[in-house]
Design a protein around this ligand. Structure first.
Ligand code: XIL
Length: 397
């Protein structure tokens, strides 16, 4: 096995903006995170601009000798999707490090055969005003995927978060018309190029109720979900259409509601193809024991499934580091997650929600937590990387 070391990059302990300044190049493109309703204030930086990601082999964390070959996509069973995200947007503003940082770009393009936009296809990014779409960042991601032989997952069309403010001032009729237009325009634009869409995301809350913060469900009723599937299907009849959520890897109130709702949706003839288990795991809860069983429920319904946003977070110190024991535990759980999917013939892939701890959304949304991805803050592989490769190498039973 060839031992290949990637150039690392130097990341400070805290704060995205300070990193962006430190590594140069990206400093001018860094913008504060978009707030709902705010219009994008700048476009993404041009690929390879500046010196972002300059190799810095001397940084802490770069001593680990973990071979990066064979790559994850090379060892995966034929047809299995080994995914990650095109990192950027969200907490990084209009900055897309997956395009501008050579080491990150190399990991993503060599290790993975599927990509999801972290924020590229969200309303705030592509539909800043009622009468204006902006597909620049999404086009760049789809081009990147095609250059590197990757499948694209589109994420997401009907969600309660990252919505521009103008959505909330519409009448009910306009709200419905705008959703239909948004779905048909977006899915139609990428017909044949985006293979799978998260049509609806997080529609049920933790208490097993329709999510009241979702303006479409709240104002138009839950039947809007089936309509959204129909509109997406009309725009691209070959795209695989998914419903996606978090905390569905347990037997809880949310999952119970899905066990009632999904059979109804299927029986009503909605063109749904699969269910996405996001898979945001935290060390307090441990490995989600019902994942395999819930996945089986989905297969028994005649649907596919994927793990769509896998990351496993731990408490971290002031430098964003988890303990060695925690990293060993993390590796076990990553292996278990991939194995659970591989064991189910209708689980078609696993997508990681990020491949570098420095860029992960976790520290932003869960202060005090981090280290959630299989690559450390200097983009060096962690034990979890080896564990994932082992699971993929074992293939399907
Ligand atoms: C997160 C992104 O990672 C952040 O950059 C953004 O600020 C907020 O959204 N569930 C989802 C994803 O479906 O879209 C979320 O992504 C993480 C939780």
């Amino acid at each position: 096995m060839r031992s290949l070391r990637l150039a690392s990059f130097k990341a400070p302990a805290t704060g995205f903006l300070s990193c962006l300044v430190l590594v140069g190049g990206c400093a001018t493109s860094a913008q504060p995170a978009q707030t709902p309703g705010a219009e994008p204030t700048s476009t993404a930086p041009a690929p390879d601009s500046g010196n972002a990601g300059t190799p810095d082999a001397g940084t802490a964390g770069s001593e680990t000798e973990i071979a990066l070959t064979p790559t994850l996509r090379e060892v995966a069973p034929a047809g299995f999707y080994v995914g990650t995200i095109a990192q950027g947007g969200g907490q990084m503003g209009r900055y897309w490090p997956y395009l501008t940082m050579p080491p990150l770009r190399e990991i993503i393009s060599t290790q993975f055969n599927s990509i999801t936009g972290e924020n590229q296809a969200k309303w705030n990014t592509i539909h800043p005003r009622l009468d204006a779409y902006n597909f620049d960042d999404m086009d760049a991601m789809v081009d990147f995927a095609e250059e590197n032989g990757m499948r694209v997952r589109g994420h997401t069309l009907l969600w309660h978060r990252d919505l521009p403010g103008w959505v909330f001032s519409l009448s009910d009729d306009d709200l419905r018309a705008v959703l239909e237009d948004h779905i048909k325009t977006t899915v139609g634009r990428y017909q044949g190029r985006i293979a799978q869409w998260d049509v609806a995301n997080e529609v049920i809350d933790d208490n097993g109720q329709w999510r009241s913060e979702n303006p479409w469900i709240d104002r138009l009723g839950p039947d809007i979900i089936a309509d959204a599937f129909r509109w997406a299907h009309e725009a691209d009849p070959n795209a695989k259409l998914y419903l996606n959520d978090y905390s569905v890897e347990w037997d809880n109130a949310k999952w119970q509601k899905y066990t009632e709702y999904l059979p109804e949706l299927v029986a009503a003839g909605a063109p749904i193809d699969g269910f996405g288990f996001q898979g945001h795991i935290d060390s307090d809860s441990g490995f989600p024991t019902a994942l395999g069983e819930n996945m089986q429920f989905i297969s028994d319904l005649g649907l596919d499934s994927e793990i769509t946003e896998l990351d496993i977070r731990f408490p971290v110190d002031g430098d964003g580091q988890a303990t060695a024991a925690d990293l060993a535990q993390q590796a076990e759980w990553f292996e278990q997650a991939y194995a659970t999917c591989l064991e189910n013939a209708r689980c078609t892939g696993v997508t990681l929600w990020g491949v570098g701890d420095y860029f992960s959304w976790v520290s932003n949304e869960f202060p005090g937590w981090g280290a959630a991805t299989p690559f450390d803050r200097q983009l060096q592989p962690k034990p979890s990387f080896t564990a994932i490769r082992a699971a993929l190498s074992s293939g399907r039973p």
